[in-house]
Design a binder for this molecule. Structure first.
Ligand code: ADP
Ligand code: MG
Length: 254
């Protein structure tokens, strides 16, 4: 069996008496779009934060390409091939789109860049290469016209694109997206769905989508894991999950 791009193994995390994650296990196959869904309070954000190194699990293991990355900090995870978006749009509002994307890129390249001891002309060439790649990513996401615009003035949809551009700037093999359609209308949600598919096709990466909105997920995910009260209650294709009585019960009981 091929190694999973991302694997979550028996992860548990409690807040006080609340078991936010209770022995959660699932894996994302290479090159697939995998969704983690569930009603409010199911544990989706907690799981996202454990995978991305923001929270430390009480127990369990997280692997990227088979390598144990449990407990690594977010910037360390970027160098292990894990890129992430930020639901709260943690962008530098006064800086331009390009600067925001470059900043994210340096969070991965900084160490090797300064440590390499290259001479000035080589550094300039290196910097040009990074800028060109950042511009390319923005073009790919349809925000090239906004390269020099301050992030603070962008529409919500464009800010989301910058957020994804930042995640892609670290050249991830696995991309984590936290509720990319949150706060969007039906038309914008459809655009995001299209964008997610294009990213997977063009970059040949695996995507874990943490999402409350069922309609977005059903249209893009190859496989879905459903959480309810911190536990995995279903795991399968969209067709399997859609008709699963446990899933229907979880969502209706919301
Ligand atoms: P979801 O993202 O699926 O809506 P969360 O992961 O945010 O669910 O929450 C799962 C459970 O953990 C909920 O009962 C929530 O109240 C609790 N929880 C989440 N984060 C914290 C926290 N930082 N402190 C205490 N309880 C939390
Ligand atoms: Mg949440």
């Amino acid at each position: 069996m091929a190694t999973s791009a991302l694997a979550v193994e028996n992860v548990a995390l409690s807040f006080g008496g609340v078991k936010a994650l209770d022995q959660v296990s699932f894996s994302v196959a290479p090159g697939t779009i995998h969704a983690l869904i569930g009603p409010n309070g199911a544990g989706k954000s907690t799981c996202f934060n454990v995978i991305s190194g923001v929270y430390r699990a009480d127990s369990g293991v997280v692997r990227v390409n088979g390598n144990d990355v449990t407990g690594l900090r977010p910037h360390q995870l970027a160098t292990r091939g894990l890129g992430r978006s930020f639901q709260n749009l943690a962008l530098s509002m006064h800086s331009t789109v390009l600067d925001n994307v470059m900043l994210a890129r340096h969070s991965r390249t900084r160490g090797g860049f300064l440590a390499s001891g290259v001479r000035w002309p080589a550094m300039v060439a290196e910097q040009r290469k990074h800028t060109a790649r950042a511009v390319e990513i923005c073009e790919f996401l349809g925000i090239e016209r906004l390269l020099h615009a301050p992030v603070g003035g962008l529409s919500y949809g464009d800010a989301k694109r910058v957020d994804i551009a930042r995640a892609l700037a670290t050249e991830p093999e696995v991309l984590l997206l936290d509720e990319p359609a949150a706060g969007m209308n039906a038309g914008e949600t459809a655009e995001v769905a299209e964008l997610i598919k294009v990213v997977r096709e063009a970059l040949d990466i695996s995507i874990l989508l943490v999402e409350h909105d069922m309609t977005l997920v059903m249209g893009v995910a190859d496989r879905i894991t459903v959480l309810d009260f911190g536990k995995v209650v279903a795991d399968g294709t969209p067709a399997e999950v859609r008709n699963d009585p446990e899933v229907i019960r979880a969502y209706l009981g919301e």
